[in-house]
Design a protein around this ligand. Structure first.
Ligand code: ATP
Length: 381
């Protein structure tokens, strides 16, 4: 197959996806610049990032609806940049699941097969199979207005999957569902994606959704990927300041060794560094701060019951700290209580204040930049 050739597009399951050097501009706005991404066969990569960072633009490029200023997209190593969208064999589901209101569920799911002129009996068998997998097999005779939001979204997914797409693109597919249903449909999507070994790009602005569903998470900021790694690594060894702040709720505590938080920052990293730690940002996740023990003295400024845990806000001198403690401890804490606090040095995350890149400290106390990490502007981000 070659881009733009007249040969029919060969559809096989699970192609490898490569995006190389993608740059997209809308007039003066550089929406994406120089983005590279590989999604392996049967892998699910979640693109996550704040509103406007370029997630939808990147998907639009994969589908072929958005023309880039520069860049290529390859399916299993074949350049498809010039191939028309309808010939790429992609399945996609967007936030506002556009299923046709005048068609039954069966007709909706069958629609892509009818458009491809698939033989009717085989098409019906395919519809039954995918509808069964998506749990809508008993709804085939209904029309969309007779379905719940979750059911409609399952129908949209079934329609995207019925053609056995080479790559599946999901753009905020759960955002119209309520919190419980989101978790349920998310698990169904993941189970199905693993069963069918679908190469999938899943766009979301919800970091916990990205972490839950993906093999790897690509954190986007300002038109580029600033971190790309397995969810557990992203959480336990965030490669950059932006990703450390973006992933995790409640958010990581960050203190600079120069500025108003200097005293606290320098004190907590003192066991790690020999040089006093100038130019560093010190991070600690709220669940990694111990209270009730240790040498630091803190004052309680607020407690928030979150169910299993309490989020406790403390101050040490001019610095603020968020701490997550089990509810049985948190419920005894009162406003203005003095508490002892300690942070195990191995739980600290250090970043270069100028570039935002993760910094490791070796046994001799020397700094080493994490080579796998890209900078993301440090404090400016
Ligand atoms: P969201 O999470 O809000 O959907 P996103 O990460 O998907 O955001 P994009 O929709 O890709 O972001 O937009 C990236 C940037 O390009 C934004 O600054 C946006 O305002 C801009 N943009 C997107 N589409 C257009 C357009 N058609 N014309 C001009 N600017 C655009």
């Amino acid at each position: 197959m070659s881009a733009g050739s007249a040969e029919p597009y060969e559809v096989e399951l699970a192609m490898k996806l490569d995006i190389e050097g993608l740059t997209v501009e809308y007039g003066q706005v550089a929406a994406v610049h120089g983005l590279n991404l590989t999604v392996g066969h049967g892998e699910l990569v979640a693109l996550v990032g704040p509103s406007g960072c370029g997630k939808t633009t990147t998907l639009g490029f994969i589908t072929g609806f958005i023309r880039p200023k520069a860049g290529r997209v390859l399916f299993d190593g074949v350049d498809v940049t010039a191939l028309a969208p309808q010939r790429r064999g992609i399945g996609y589901v967007f936030q506002d699941y556009a299923i046709y209101p005048h068609m039954t569920v069966r007709e909706n799911i069958r629609f892509p097969l009818d458009a491809a002129k698939k033989e009717r009996k085989q098409a019906e068998r395919d519809v039954d199979e995918i509808a069964g997998l998506m749990g809508v097999g008993n709804l085939l005779a209904r029309r969309p207005h007779q379905l719940s939001g979750g059911q409609r979204q399952r129908v949209a997914l079934a329609r995207a999957l019925v053609k056995k797409p080479v790559i599946l693109l999901l753009d905020e597919p759960l955002s119209n569902l309520d919190a419980h249903l989101r978790v349920e449909v998310r698990a169904e999507i993941r189970r199905l994606q693993l069963d069918l070994k679908m190469t999938t790009v899943f766009v979301t602005h919800d970091q916990s959704e990205a972490m839950a569903i993906a093999d790897r998470v690509a954190v986007m900021s300002d038109g580029n990927i600033v971190a790309l790694t397995a969810p557990a690594t992203l959480y336990t060894r965030p490669p950059s300041l932006f990703s450390a702040r973006f992933i995790g709720s409640p958010q990581i505590n960050i203190w600079a060794t120069d500025g108003p938080d200097e005293a606290l920052a320098r004190r907590v990293i003192q066991p790690l560094v020999r040089d006093g730690g100038a130019g560093l940002l010190v991070g600690v996740r709220p669940e990694d701060v111990e209270i009730g023990t240790g040498e630091l003295e803190a004052v309680v400024t607020l407690t928030e019951p979150l169910g299993r845990d309490f989020l406790v806000h403390l101050t040490v001198g001019p610095s603020s700290i968020r701490v997550l403690v089990p509810a049985e401890e948190g419920q005894h804490l009162k406003l203005d209580d003095n508490v002892r606090m300690r942070i195990e040095p191995s739980r600290l995350h250090l970043f270069d204040a100028a570039t935002g890149r993760r910094v490791e400290i070796d046994a001799a106390g020397a700094r080493r930049l994490d080579e796998s990490a890209q900078g993301d502007g440090g404090l400016a981000s």
